[in-house]
Design a protein around this ligand. Structure first.
Ligand code: PLP
Length: 553
Protein backbone atom coordinates (compact mmCIF):
# COMPACT_ATOMS: atom_id res chain seq x y z
CA UNK A 1 0.00 0.00 0.00
CA UNK A 2 2.70 2.48 1.00
CA UNK A 3 4.67 1.55 -2.10
CA UNK A 4 1.61 2.15 -4.22
CA UNK A 5 1.10 5.55 -2.68
CA UNK A 6 4.71 6.53 -3.27
CA UNK A 7 4.59 5.32 -6.84
CA UNK A 8 1.08 6.45 -7.46
CA UNK A 9 -0.19 3.15 -8.75
CA UNK A 10 -3.83 4.00 -8.73
CA UNK A 11 -4.13 5.66 -5.35
CA UNK A 12 -5.14 9.25 -4.87
CA UNK A 13 -3.78 11.54 -2.21
CA UNK A 14 -6.67 10.84 0.10
CA UNK A 15 -5.85 7.12 0.33
CA UNK A 16 -4.79 6.22 3.79
CA UNK A 17 -1.44 4.75 4.81
CA UNK A 18 -1.19 3.79 8.45
CA UNK A 19 -4.05 6.18 9.09
CA UNK A 20 -2.38 9.10 7.27
CA UNK A 21 -4.49 10.80 4.63
CA UNK A 22 -1.61 12.57 2.93
CA UNK A 23 0.88 10.32 1.09
CA UNK A 24 4.19 9.98 2.94
CA UNK A 25 5.98 12.28 0.50
CA UNK A 26 3.08 14.67 0.15
CA UNK A 27 2.17 13.49 -3.37
CA UNK A 28 2.15 10.09 -4.96
CA UNK A 29 5.00 9.36 -7.34
CA UNK A 30 2.80 9.93 -10.39
CA UNK A 31 1.34 13.10 -8.91
CA UNK A 32 4.87 14.33 -8.28
CA UNK A 33 5.87 13.61 -11.87
CA UNK A 34 2.85 15.56 -13.12
CA UNK A 35 3.31 18.42 -10.68
CA UNK A 36 7.05 18.67 -11.29
CA UNK A 37 6.64 18.46 -15.07
CA UNK A 38 4.11 21.29 -14.94
CA UNK A 39 6.32 23.30 -12.60
CA UNK A 40 9.35 22.90 -14.87
CA UNK A 41 7.24 23.94 -17.86
CA UNK A 42 5.92 26.95 -15.95
CA UNK A 43 9.45 27.90 -14.87
CA UNK A 44 10.69 27.70 -18.45
CA UNK A 45 7.74 29.85 -19.56
CA UNK A 46 8.50 32.31 -16.77
CA UNK A 47 12.06 32.74 -17.99
CA UNK A 48 11.22 32.83 -21.69
CA UNK A 49 8.53 35.49 -21.19
CA UNK A 50 10.00 37.35 -18.23
CA UNK A 51 10.38 40.48 -20.33
CA UNK A 52 6.58 40.74 -20.60
CA UNK A 53 6.34 41.31 -16.87
CA UNK A 54 7.16 44.57 -15.15
CA UNK A 55 10.50 44.20 -13.37
CA UNK A 56 9.08 45.60 -10.13
CA UNK A 57 5.85 44.57 -8.43
CA UNK A 58 3.10 47.15 -8.17
CA UNK A 59 1.51 46.05 -4.93
CA UNK A 60 1.33 47.84 -1.60
CA UNK A 61 2.99 46.65 1.60
CA UNK A 62 0.88 43.99 3.29
CA UNK A 63 -0.77 42.90 0.02
CA UNK A 64 -0.30 39.22 0.75
CA UNK A 65 -1.99 39.17 4.13
CA UNK A 66 -5.13 40.32 2.37
CA UNK A 67 -4.90 37.48 -0.13
CA UNK A 68 -4.13 34.64 2.26
CA UNK A 69 -6.23 33.14 5.02
CA UNK A 70 -5.09 33.96 8.54
CA UNK A 71 -4.70 30.28 9.42
CA UNK A 72 -3.03 27.31 7.76
CA UNK A 73 -5.59 24.89 6.26
CA UNK A 74 -6.92 22.30 8.64
CA UNK A 75 -6.87 19.62 5.93
CA UNK A 76 -4.44 19.25 3.08
CA UNK A 77 -5.30 20.87 -0.25
CA UNK A 78 -5.01 19.44 -3.78
CA UNK A 79 -1.67 20.28 -5.36
CA UNK A 80 -3.28 22.04 -8.33
CA UNK A 81 -4.87 24.62 -5.99
CA UNK A 82 -1.46 25.28 -4.46
CA UNK A 83 0.24 25.49 -7.87
CA UNK A 84 -2.37 27.96 -9.16
CA UNK A 85 -1.48 30.36 -6.38
CA UNK A 86 2.05 30.82 -7.73
CA UNK A 87 0.67 33.03 -10.50
CA UNK A 88 -2.27 34.41 -8.52
CA UNK A 89 -0.65 35.28 -5.21
CA UNK A 90 3.12 34.96 -5.43
CA UNK A 91 3.99 36.54 -8.78
CA UNK A 92 2.34 39.89 -7.96
CA UNK A 93 4.84 40.30 -5.12
CA UNK A 94 7.98 39.22 -7.00
CA UNK A 95 10.80 41.59 -7.93
CA UNK A 96 12.21 39.93 -11.01
CA UNK A 97 15.97 39.78 -10.45
CA UNK A 98 16.44 37.80 -13.67
CA UNK A 99 14.58 40.40 -15.77
CA UNK A 100 16.83 42.01 -18.36
CA UNK A 101 15.65 45.43 -17.13
CA UNK A 102 16.87 44.64 -13.63
CA UNK A 103 19.98 46.79 -13.17
CA UNK A 104 19.88 47.36 -9.43
CA UNK A 105 22.19 46.48 -6.49
CA UNK A 106 24.32 43.66 -7.92
CA UNK A 107 22.76 40.76 -9.83
CA UNK A 108 21.83 37.44 -8.27
CA UNK A 109 22.29 34.73 -10.86
CA UNK A 110 19.80 32.05 -11.65
CA UNK A 111 20.39 29.47 -14.36
CA UNK A 112 18.85 26.17 -15.36
CA UNK A 113 21.87 24.10 -14.24
CA UNK A 114 21.79 26.04 -10.97
CA UNK A 115 18.09 25.28 -10.54
CA UNK A 116 18.69 21.60 -11.30
CA UNK A 117 21.42 21.61 -8.68
CA UNK A 118 18.94 23.02 -6.18
CA UNK A 119 16.41 20.34 -7.14
CA UNK A 120 18.86 17.54 -6.59
CA UNK A 121 20.15 19.11 -3.42
CA UNK A 122 16.58 19.21 -2.13
CA UNK A 123 16.04 15.61 -3.20
CA UNK A 124 19.14 14.44 -1.35
CA UNK A 125 18.50 16.62 1.68
CA UNK A 126 21.00 15.98 4.43
CA UNK A 127 22.21 18.59 6.90
CA UNK A 128 25.69 17.23 6.30
CA UNK A 129 27.60 18.75 9.19
CA UNK A 130 30.04 15.83 9.46
CA UNK A 131 31.65 13.89 6.61
CA UNK A 132 29.76 10.73 7.56
CA UNK A 133 26.41 12.55 7.35
CA UNK A 134 26.73 12.18 3.57
CA UNK A 135 30.34 11.95 2.43
CA UNK A 136 29.69 13.26 -1.08
CA UNK A 137 28.39 16.58 0.27
CA UNK A 138 31.80 17.25 1.80
CA UNK A 139 33.92 15.67 -0.89
CA UNK A 140 32.25 17.40 -3.84
CA UNK A 141 32.54 20.74 -2.03
CA UNK A 142 36.28 20.27 -1.59
CA UNK A 143 36.71 19.30 -5.25
CA UNK A 144 34.67 22.13 -6.77
CA UNK A 145 36.21 24.76 -4.52
CA UNK A 146 39.67 23.61 -5.55
CA UNK A 147 38.52 23.88 -9.19
CA UNK A 148 37.24 27.38 -8.59
CA UNK A 149 40.45 28.45 -6.84
CA UNK A 150 42.34 27.41 -9.97
CA UNK A 151 39.88 29.16 -12.28
CA UNK A 152 40.32 32.38 -10.29
CA UNK A 153 44.11 31.89 -10.23
CA UNK A 154 44.17 32.12 -6.45
CA UNK A 155 47.36 31.18 -4.64
CA UNK A 156 47.78 27.41 -4.19
CA UNK A 157 47.82 28.10 -0.45
CA UNK A 158 44.03 28.45 -0.64
CA UNK A 159 43.61 24.90 -1.93
CA UNK A 160 42.86 21.80 0.09
CA UNK A 161 46.12 20.10 -0.90
CA UNK A 162 48.03 22.43 1.44
CA UNK A 163 47.02 23.82 4.81
CA UNK A 164 44.13 25.85 3.42
CA UNK A 165 40.93 25.16 1.56
CA UNK A 166 37.52 26.41 0.57
CA UNK A 167 34.10 26.09 2.11
CA UNK A 168 30.69 27.23 0.85
CA UNK A 169 28.95 29.67 3.16
CA UNK A 170 25.48 31.12 2.85
CA UNK A 171 26.59 34.68 2.19
CA UNK A 172 29.52 37.06 2.08
CA UNK A 173 28.33 38.49 5.39
CA UNK A 174 28.41 35.05 6.97
CA UNK A 175 31.90 34.51 5.58
CA UNK A 176 33.02 37.80 7.14
CA UNK A 177 31.66 37.08 10.58
CA UNK A 178 33.04 33.55 10.47
CA UNK A 179 36.52 34.87 9.68
CA UNK A 180 36.17 37.58 12.28
CA UNK A 181 35.47 35.05 15.01
CA UNK A 182 38.43 32.95 13.84
CA UNK A 183 40.59 36.10 13.79
CA UNK A 184 39.49 37.11 17.28
CA UNK A 185 40.23 33.70 18.71
CA UNK A 186 43.57 33.46 16.88
CA UNK A 187 44.60 36.80 18.30
CA UNK A 188 43.59 35.79 21.85
CA UNK A 189 45.29 32.40 21.55
CA UNK A 190 48.56 33.89 20.36
CA UNK A 191 48.49 36.47 23.12
CA UNK A 192 47.84 33.86 25.81
CA UNK A 193 50.61 31.67 24.43
CA UNK A 194 52.96 34.67 24.47
CA UNK A 195 52.08 35.32 28.09
CA UNK A 196 52.59 31.64 28.98
CA UNK A 197 49.07 31.33 30.41
CA UNK A 198 48.08 27.74 31.15
CA UNK A 199 45.53 27.75 33.97
CA UNK A 200 42.09 27.37 32.38
CA UNK A 201 40.16 29.87 34.48
CA UNK A 202 42.93 32.43 34.48
CA UNK A 203 43.23 32.06 30.72
CA UNK A 204 39.51 32.60 30.28
CA UNK A 205 39.56 35.76 32.39
CA UNK A 206 42.60 37.05 30.54
CA UNK A 207 40.98 36.18 27.19
CA UNK A 208 38.01 38.37 28.12
CA UNK A 209 40.36 41.25 28.93
CA UNK A 210 42.14 40.83 25.62
CA UNK A 211 38.87 40.66 23.69
CA UNK A 212 37.76 43.93 25.27
CA UNK A 213 40.60 45.75 23.51
CA UNK A 214 40.09 44.29 20.06
CA UNK A 215 39.14 46.39 17.04
CA UNK A 216 37.86 45.17 13.68
CA UNK A 217 38.59 47.40 10.71
CA UNK A 218 37.15 48.11 7.32
CA UNK A 219 37.31 51.06 4.99
CA UNK A 220 34.53 53.61 4.67
CA UNK A 221 33.60 51.74 1.51
CA UNK A 222 33.60 48.23 3.02
CA UNK A 223 30.24 46.53 2.91
CA UNK A 224 28.18 47.08 6.06
CA UNK A 225 28.57 43.39 6.90
CA UNK A 226 32.00 44.10 8.40
CA UNK A 227 30.51 46.51 10.93
CA UNK A 228 27.71 44.06 11.62
CA UNK A 229 30.27 41.28 12.04
CA UNK A 230 32.04 43.30 14.72
CA UNK A 231 28.73 43.68 16.58
CA UNK A 232 28.25 39.91 16.46
CA UNK A 233 31.89 39.26 17.44
CA UNK A 234 31.48 41.69 20.35
CA UNK A 235 34.45 43.87 19.44
CA UNK A 236 34.94 47.49 18.45
CA UNK A 237 34.71 48.53 14.82
CA UNK A 238 36.54 51.43 13.22
CA UNK A 239 36.39 52.47 9.60
CA UNK A 240 39.27 53.94 7.65
CA UNK A 241 38.71 56.94 5.42
CA UNK A 242 38.98 56.66 1.65
CA UNK A 243 39.27 59.52 -0.81
CA UNK A 244 37.82 60.44 -4.15
CA UNK A 245 41.35 61.01 -5.49
CA UNK A 246 42.05 57.28 -4.86
CA UNK A 247 38.74 56.28 -6.45
CA UNK A 248 37.63 55.33 -2.92
CA UNK A 249 40.21 52.56 -2.57
CA UNK A 250 41.79 51.86 0.81
CA UNK A 251 45.49 52.62 0.74
CA UNK A 252 48.39 51.25 2.79
CA UNK A 253 49.18 54.73 4.09
CA UNK A 254 45.73 55.33 5.57
CA UNK A 255 45.68 51.79 6.96
CA UNK A 256 49.02 52.33 8.68
CA UNK A 257 47.91 55.65 10.13
CA UNK A 258 44.78 54.04 11.59
CA UNK A 259 46.68 51.06 13.01
CA UNK A 260 49.16 53.39 14.70
CA UNK A 261 46.39 55.59 16.06
CA UNK A 262 44.63 52.57 17.58
CA UNK A 263 47.69 50.91 19.08
CA UNK A 264 48.76 54.24 20.62
CA UNK A 265 45.40 54.23 22.40
CA UNK A 266 46.10 50.73 23.76
CA UNK A 267 43.64 49.06 21.38
CA UNK A 268 44.42 45.94 19.36
CA UNK A 269 43.45 45.75 15.67
CA UNK A 270 42.79 42.08 14.96
CA UNK A 271 40.78 41.97 11.72
CA UNK A 272 40.54 43.97 8.48
CA UNK A 273 38.26 43.65 5.47
CA UNK A 274 39.79 44.74 2.18
CA UNK A 275 37.60 44.75 -0.89
CA UNK A 276 37.87 43.77 -4.51
CA UNK A 277 34.88 45.65 -5.88
CA UNK A 278 33.14 47.76 -3.25
CA UNK A 279 29.37 47.91 -3.24
CA UNK A 280 29.14 51.64 -3.93
CA UNK A 281 31.52 51.98 -6.85
CA UNK A 282 33.39 48.68 -7.32
CA UNK A 283 36.59 50.24 -5.98
CA UNK A 284 39.53 47.90 -5.58
CA UNK A 285 41.67 48.50 -2.52
CA UNK A 286 45.37 49.05 -3.03
CA UNK A 287 46.47 45.51 -2.28
CA UNK A 288 50.19 46.08 -2.88
CA UNK A 289 50.56 48.91 -0.35
CA UNK A 290 48.28 47.13 2.14
CA UNK A 291 50.43 43.99 1.84
CA UNK A 292 53.48 46.05 2.85
CA UNK A 293 51.73 47.29 5.99
CA UNK A 294 50.49 43.78 6.78
CA UNK A 295 54.08 42.61 7.17
CA UNK A 296 54.34 44.74 10.32
CA UNK A 297 51.08 43.40 11.79
CA UNK A 298 51.27 39.60 11.63
CA UNK A 299 48.37 39.16 14.07
CA UNK A 300 45.99 41.19 11.92
CA UNK A 301 43.70 38.85 9.98
CA UNK A 302 43.10 40.24 6.52
CA UNK A 303 39.99 39.16 4.67
CA UNK A 304 39.42 40.02 1.02
CA UNK A 305 35.74 40.56 0.25
CA UNK A 306 35.35 39.93 -3.47
CA UNK A 307 31.64 39.14 -3.20
CA UNK A 308 30.77 40.67 -6.55
CA UNK A 309 33.88 41.51 -8.53
CA UNK A 310 35.79 38.33 -7.67
CA UNK A 311 33.99 36.79 -10.64
CA UNK A 312 36.15 38.92 -12.96
CA UNK A 313 39.14 36.85 -11.87
CA UNK A 314 37.99 34.20 -14.35
CA UNK A 315 39.49 36.51 -16.99
CA UNK A 316 43.28 36.42 -17.42
CA UNK A 317 43.39 40.23 -17.70
CA UNK A 318 42.23 40.52 -14.09
CA UNK A 319 44.39 37.79 -12.63
CA UNK A 320 47.18 40.17 -11.69
CA UNK A 321 44.82 40.92 -8.79
CA UNK A 322 44.72 37.26 -7.72
CA UNK A 323 48.52 37.27 -7.71
CA UNK A 324 48.51 40.24 -5.33
CA UNK A 325 46.23 38.47 -2.87
CA UNK A 326 48.58 35.80 -1.62
CA UNK A 327 49.06 37.80 1.61
CA UNK A 328 45.43 37.65 2.77
CA UNK A 329 44.24 35.13 5.34
CA UNK A 330 40.89 34.66 3.64
CA UNK A 331 39.11 35.45 0.40
CA UNK A 332 35.43 35.24 -0.44
CA UNK A 333 33.45 35.37 -3.68
CA UNK A 334 29.72 34.97 -4.12
CA UNK A 335 29.13 32.62 -7.03
CA UNK A 336 25.47 33.46 -6.52
CA UNK A 337 26.05 37.02 -7.59
CA UNK A 338 27.86 37.05 -10.94
CA UNK A 339 28.85 33.44 -11.52
CA UNK A 340 25.65 31.82 -12.73
CA UNK A 341 24.89 29.89 -9.56
CA UNK A 342 21.60 30.16 -7.74
CA UNK A 343 21.59 31.65 -4.26
CA UNK A 344 23.34 30.65 -2.04
CA UNK A 345 26.96 29.91 -2.84
CA UNK A 346 29.44 32.16 -1.11
CA UNK A 347 32.84 30.56 -1.61
CA UNK A 348 35.21 31.26 1.26
CA UNK A 349 38.90 30.35 1.10
CA UNK A 350 41.41 30.34 3.94
CA UNK A 351 45.15 29.82 3.84
CA UNK A 352 45.09 27.92 7.15
CA UNK A 353 41.99 25.86 7.78
CA UNK A 354 43.26 25.29 11.31
CA UNK A 355 42.52 28.95 12.03
CA UNK A 356 38.84 28.19 11.45
CA UNK A 357 38.72 24.83 13.17
CA UNK A 358 40.66 26.08 16.23
CA UNK A 359 37.96 28.68 16.77
CA UNK A 360 34.84 26.81 15.69
CA UNK A 361 35.35 23.14 16.50
CA UNK A 362 33.45 21.85 19.50
CA UNK A 363 32.66 18.14 19.52
CA UNK A 364 30.07 16.97 22.04
CA UNK A 365 29.67 13.22 22.47
CA UNK A 366 26.69 13.03 20.12
CA UNK A 367 28.72 14.37 17.19
CA UNK A 368 31.68 12.05 17.71
CA UNK A 369 32.35 9.32 15.13
CA UNK A 370 35.25 7.17 14.00
CA UNK A 371 35.81 9.16 10.81
CA UNK A 372 36.08 12.47 12.61
CA UNK A 373 38.34 10.87 15.19
CA UNK A 374 40.57 9.44 12.45
CA UNK A 375 41.43 12.99 11.36
CA UNK A 376 41.22 11.83 7.73
CA UNK A 377 38.04 13.63 6.82
CA UNK A 378 36.83 17.22 6.70
CA UNK A 379 33.88 18.12 8.91
CA UNK A 380 32.74 21.40 7.44
CA UNK A 381 30.68 22.17 10.57
CA UNK A 382 34.03 23.27 12.05
CA UNK A 383 34.51 25.82 9.25
CA UNK A 384 31.23 27.64 9.76
CA UNK A 385 28.83 29.00 12.38
CA UNK A 386 25.78 26.72 11.89
CA UNK A 387 25.97 23.00 12.39
CA UNK A 388 23.89 21.72 9.46
CA UNK A 389 24.64 22.59 5.88
CA UNK A 390 23.07 22.15 2.45
CA UNK A 391 24.42 20.28 -0.56
CA UNK A 392 25.39 23.49 -2.33
CA UNK A 393 28.37 22.03 -4.15
CA UNK A 394 26.05 20.23 -6.59
CA UNK A 395 24.84 23.41 -8.26
CA UNK A 396 28.40 24.75 -8.38
CA UNK A 397 29.49 21.50 -10.04
CA UNK A 398 26.63 21.68 -12.54
CA UNK A 399 27.47 25.29 -13.39
CA UNK A 400 31.22 24.75 -13.75
CA UNK A 401 30.65 21.74 -15.98
CA UNK A 402 27.95 23.37 -18.12
CA UNK A 403 29.92 26.52 -18.89
CA UNK A 404 33.49 25.36 -18.55
CA UNK A 405 36.16 27.98 -17.97
CA UNK A 406 35.71 29.47 -21.44
CA UNK A 407 31.96 29.84 -20.90
CA UNK A 408 32.48 31.59 -17.57
CA UNK A 409 34.95 33.95 -19.24
CA UNK A 410 32.48 34.77 -22.03
CA UNK A 411 29.74 35.38 -19.49
CA UNK A 412 31.75 37.87 -17.41
CA UNK A 413 33.26 39.52 -20.49
CA UNK A 414 29.75 40.05 -21.89
CA UNK A 415 28.69 42.06 -18.83
CA UNK A 416 31.92 44.01 -18.65
CA UNK A 417 31.32 44.94 -22.27
CA UNK A 418 27.76 46.05 -21.43
CA UNK A 419 29.09 48.10 -18.50
CA UNK A 420 31.67 49.79 -20.70
CA UNK A 421 29.08 50.44 -23.38
CA UNK A 422 26.80 52.10 -20.85
CA UNK A 423 29.71 54.14 -19.47
CA UNK A 424 30.58 55.30 -22.99
CA UNK A 425 26.98 56.38 -23.53
CA UNK A 426 27.06 58.33 -20.27
CA UNK A 427 30.33 59.99 -21.32
CA UNK A 428 28.84 60.85 -24.70
CA UNK A 429 26.32 63.09 -22.91
CA UNK A 430 28.59 64.87 -20.49
CA UNK A 431 26.41 67.95 -20.89
CA UNK A 432 23.87 65.94 -18.84
CA UNK A 433 25.80 63.39 -16.82
CA UNK A 434 29.09 63.01 -14.96
CA UNK A 435 30.76 59.76 -14.01
CA UNK A 436 31.58 59.63 -10.32
CA UNK A 437 34.29 56.95 -10.61
CA UNK A 438 35.66 54.94 -13.52
CA UNK A 439 33.28 52.19 -14.67
CA UNK A 440 34.28 48.89 -13.17
CA UNK A 441 33.09 45.30 -13.11
CA UNK A 442 29.96 46.11 -15.12
CA UNK A 443 28.98 48.92 -12.72
CA UNK A 444 28.62 52.58 -13.70
CA UNK A 445 28.05 55.24 -11.07
CA UNK A 446 27.12 58.69 -12.28
CA UNK A 447 25.36 61.91 -11.37
CA UNK A 448 23.13 64.31 -13.25
CA UNK A 449 24.71 67.70 -13.78
CA UNK A 450 23.35 70.64 -11.86
CA UNK A 451 22.95 72.47 -15.15
CA UNK A 452 23.95 71.81 -18.72
CA UNK A 453 27.71 72.03 -19.26
CA UNK A 454 29.71 72.29 -22.43
CA UNK A 455 30.84 68.80 -23.31
CA UNK A 456 34.35 68.09 -22.03
CA UNK A 457 36.47 65.12 -22.87
CA UNK A 458 36.79 62.71 -19.97
CA UNK A 459 37.99 59.19 -19.45
CA UNK A 460 38.51 56.38 -21.88
CA UNK A 461 38.15 52.68 -22.18
CA UNK A 462 40.89 50.43 -23.39
CA UNK A 463 41.13 49.62 -27.07
CA UNK A 464 39.26 46.33 -26.70
CA UNK A 465 36.48 48.01 -24.73
CA UNK A 466 37.55 46.28 -21.52
CA UNK A 467 37.15 47.80 -18.09
CA UNK A 468 40.10 50.15 -17.68
CA UNK A 469 40.85 48.77 -14.25
CA UNK A 470 41.93 45.53 -15.85
CA UNK A 471 44.87 47.46 -17.23
CA UNK A 472 47.05 48.73 -14.44
CA UNK A 473 48.76 51.19 -16.73
CA UNK A 474 45.66 52.91 -17.92
CA UNK A 475 44.73 56.03 -16.07
CA UNK A 476 41.20 57.30 -16.28
CA UNK A 477 40.71 60.95 -15.57
CA UNK A 478 37.28 61.72 -14.26
CA UNK A 479 36.13 65.31 -14.15
CA UNK A 480 34.91 66.12 -10.64
CA UNK A 481 31.20 65.36 -10.65
CA UNK A 482 30.27 68.63 -9.12
CA UNK A 483 32.07 71.72 -7.93
CA UNK A 484 31.50 72.28 -4.26
CA UNK A 485 28.87 74.96 -4.74
CA UNK A 486 27.05 72.80 -7.27
CA UNK A 487 26.82 69.68 -5.15
CA UNK A 488 23.42 70.40 -3.67
CA UNK A 489 21.96 71.34 -7.06
CA UNK A 490 23.45 68.25 -8.72
CA UNK A 491 22.08 66.08 -5.92
CA UNK A 492 18.64 67.58 -6.48
CA UNK A 493 18.81 66.93 -10.22
CA UNK A 494 20.12 63.39 -9.76
CA UNK A 495 17.46 62.59 -7.18
CA UNK A 496 14.76 63.99 -9.47
CA UNK A 497 15.91 61.85 -12.41
CA UNK A 498 16.28 58.79 -10.22
CA UNK A 499 12.81 59.25 -8.68
CA UNK A 500 11.12 59.58 -12.06
CA UNK A 501 12.80 56.42 -13.39
CA UNK A 502 11.97 54.64 -10.16
CA UNK A 503 8.32 55.63 -10.30
CA UNK A 504 7.99 54.48 -13.91
CA UNK A 505 9.11 51.02 -12.81
CA UNK A 506 10.22 50.02 -16.27
CA UNK A 507 13.84 49.63 -15.17
CA UNK A 508 15.04 48.86 -11.68
CA UNK A 509 18.08 50.98 -10.79
CA UNK A 510 19.53 51.80 -7.38
CA UNK A 511 21.13 54.93 -6.02
CA UNK A 512 23.81 55.62 -3.47
CA UNK A 513 25.29 58.47 -1.46
CA UNK A 514 29.06 58.90 -1.37
CA UNK A 515 30.94 61.80 0.20
CA UNK A 516 27.82 63.92 0.13
CA UNK A 517 27.11 63.09 -3.52
CA UNK A 518 23.88 61.38 -4.54
CA UNK A 519 24.60 59.06 -7.47
CA UNK A 520 22.80 56.53 -9.67
CA UNK A 521 24.24 53.03 -10.01
CA UNK A 522 23.60 50.94 -13.10
CA UNK A 523 24.76 47.34 -13.29
CA UNK A 524 23.24 45.06 -15.87
CA UNK A 525 24.77 41.66 -15.30
CA UNK A 526 22.22 38.94 -14.89
CA UNK A 527 22.31 36.10 -17.42
CA UNK A 528 19.57 37.67 -19.58
CA UNK A 529 21.22 41.12 -19.81
CA UNK A 530 21.56 42.40 -23.37
CA UNK A 531 22.86 45.44 -25.19
CA UNK A 532 19.43 46.61 -26.34
CA UNK A 533 18.27 47.10 -22.75
CA UNK A 534 21.40 49.12 -21.98
CA UNK A 535 20.53 51.42 -24.86
CA UNK A 536 16.88 51.61 -23.78
CA UNK A 537 17.69 52.57 -20.20
CA UNK A 538 20.16 55.15 -21.41
CA UNK A 539 17.57 56.71 -23.75
CA UNK A 540 15.17 56.92 -20.86
CA UNK A 541 17.79 58.54 -18.63
CA UNK A 542 18.58 61.09 -21.31
CA UNK A 543 14.91 62.00 -21.83
CA UNK A 544 14.26 62.31 -18.12
CA UNK A 545 17.56 64.12 -17.58
CA UNK A 546 16.70 66.67 -20.27
CA UNK A 547 13.23 67.15 -18.85
CA UNK A 548 14.57 67.71 -15.31
CA UNK A 549 17.23 70.15 -16.50
CA UNK A 550 14.70 72.06 -18.61
CA UNK A 551 12.52 72.44 -15.54
CA UNK A 552 15.34 73.55 -13.23
CA UNK A 553 17.27 75.86 -15.55
N1 PLP B 1 30.33 42.45 0.15
C1 PLP B 1 30.08 43.18 -0.94
C2 PLP B 1 31.19 43.88 -1.65
C3 PLP B 1 28.76 43.27 -1.42
O1 PLP B 1 28.51 44.01 -2.50
C4 PLP B 1 27.74 42.59 -0.74
C5 PLP B 1 26.35 42.66 -1.22
O2 PLP B 1 26.06 43.14 -2.27
C6 PLP B 1 28.07 41.85 0.40
C7 PLP B 1 29.37 41.81 0.82
C8 PLP B 1 27.02 41.12 1.17
O3 PLP B 1 26.65 40.00 0.45
P1 PLP B 1 25.75 38.83 1.09
O4 PLP B 1 24.34 39.17 0.77
O5 PLP B 1 26.23 37.59 0.39
O6 PLP B 1 26.01 38.80 2.55
Amino acid sequence: MTQDLVNGNGHGPSSEVDGRTVPPLGLTGQQFINAATNAVQDIEKYYSTIEDRPVLPSISPGYLQKLLPSHAPQDGEPWQDIANDIEAKIMPGVTHWQHPKYMAFFSASSTYPGILGEMWSAALTAPAFNWICSPVVTELETVVLDWLAQILALSKAFMSSGQGGGVIQGSASEAIVTCMIAARERFVRRQLEGEGMTDEEESEDRACEIRSKLVALGSEQSHSSTKKGAVIAGTRYRSIATARKDDYALTGASLRAKLEELTTKGLQPYYLTITLGTTNTCAVDDFASIAEVAKDYPDLWIHCDAAWAGAALVLPEYQHLSAQLSFVDSFDINMHKWLLTNFDASCLYVQKRKDLTDALSITPAYLKNQFTDSGLVTDYRDWQIPLGRRFRALKVWFVLRTWGVSGLQQHVQHHIHLGNLFADLVRSRDDLFTMLTPPAYALTVFTVNARRRQPVSIGHTTANGADPRSDQNSHVTITPATKTDDVAAANEATKAVYSIIDERQEFFLTSTFIDGVFAIRVVSANPLAEERYIRQVFDQLVKVGEQVLEETC
